[in-house]
Design a protein around this ligand. Structure first.
Ligand code: ASP
Length: 345
């Protein structure tokens, strides 16, 4: 019995690479290519579209797109230069999903590898798993030749030190000060935690949809904390017949509602990408009950943004609070558009 399963698996695995690209879509249809991303994705969507227009697969396109941002030391929310965890160690989360084959791969709490999106893609392509975390993810990345390096840039290290020193006046870490100063470290406003991520979605010329989300997660998080980005259904979801959705912002809120899956399901029922994203914002607002997470008038005191595309090349974005920009490329130059806000500021 076991042997038969093995043979079936092996036979299928050996056939897969022989299936020509584009087999999964209707060759007679003409699809309107689109790539969208969070606001830090102008270059990513441009790269993704360049690959899509050359006939490339949407997953190759979006991963190549976000690799640019992962490699950028000046984006301190993703990859190299990402803000570290509580102990000053950069830990990265990423997921990818390939609509044509309905497969996904993800890594979480991955250290020392600056392109977690590519490692997630390798999980999809070269394992029978969907999610690998921590030390296991690092070993897997090493096995496939990913180079290990220190991801903490000087700028991110200094930000972390500032946060640590400003966090409390009760502990023994002191910010730069003169001998006359009292209440050292009490300025918690300067010690804010920040979110930041890139989500990028693409529809290719063959009508296939893929997506990727990659992040250093919540800054100064508890080591080992995993956000929504690497969780299929929360930070990313793709259904090749319907569309794709992804998110950035407070991952904890998104994890409690599996919003990306929800958005795709709303699109399946006929909602536009923007309206589907708004429904997810509404759901989070309704489900946020803890007083510490609410403003005086009962709204969430954090933001979450959603991005979605559908099979027809339609796209949209909504955030709990207005003012969020997102990147769009429909075949020419990448541009920023404004997400619809569920609440005004
Ligand atoms: N959603 C990410 C997380 O919670 C962070 C972000 O998008 O800003 O890890």
């Amino acid at each position: 019995m076991k042997r038969r399963i093995f043979i079936q698996k092996t036979a299928f695995a050996s056939i897969l690479p022989l299936i020509p690209k584009n087999t999964f879509s209707n060759p007679a249809s003409s699809f309107k290519p689109i790539s969208i991303a969070s606001g830090n994705g102008l270059q990513a969507t441009a790269k993704a579209m360049e690959i899509i227009l050359k006939g490339g697969d949407a997953l190759d396109a979006v991963v190549a797109g976000v690799n640019i941002v992962e490699n950028d030391p000046n984006d301190n929310s993703v990859g190299y230069g990402g803000l570290p965890n509580y102990e000053g160690v950069v830990e990265l989360d990423s997921s990818v999903m390939h609509g044509a084959t309905h497969r996904a791969g993800a890594v979480a709490a991955l250290q020392n590898i600056k392109n977690p999106a590519s490692v997630a893609k390798m999980v999809l392509e070269r394992t029978d798993h969907v999610l690998i975390v921590g030390e296991g993810a690092l070993k897997f990345a090493r096995m496939h030749g990913f180079k290990e390096e220190n991801l903490l840039t000087e700028e991110s290290r200094k930000e972390w030190v500032k946060w640590r020193e400003m966090m409390s006046k009760e502990d023994d870490y002191l910010p730069p000060h003169s001998i006359d100063e009292l209440d050292l470290g009490a300025n918690t406003k300067e010690a804010l935690k920040t979110y930041g991520t890139i989500n990028c979605l693409g529809l290719d010329l063959a009508g296939n949809i893929s997506g990727v989300t990659t992040t250093s997660g919540l800054s100064y998080k508890i080591p080992g904390r995993v956000g929504d980005s690497p969780i299929i259904g929360a930070g990313l979801y793709v259904d090749n017949e319907v569309g794709a959705a992804g998110s950035t912002g407070r991952g904890e809120a998104n994890l409690l509602d599996c919003s990306s899956f929800m958005i795709v399901e709303f699109m399946r029922q006929g909602l536009s990408p923007t309206d589907a994203c708004l429904e997810a914002c509404k759901r989070i607002a309704t489900h946020t009950k803890e007083k510490r997470l609410l403003t005086k008038d009962g709204k969430p005191n954090f933001n979450v943004s959603f991005y979605a595309i559908n099979k027809k090349g339609g796209y949209g974005s909504a955030a709990i609070y207005e003012g969020i920009k997102y990147a769009v490329n429909d075949g020419k130059e990448s541009r920023l558009e404004t997400a619809v806000g569920y609440f005004k500021r």
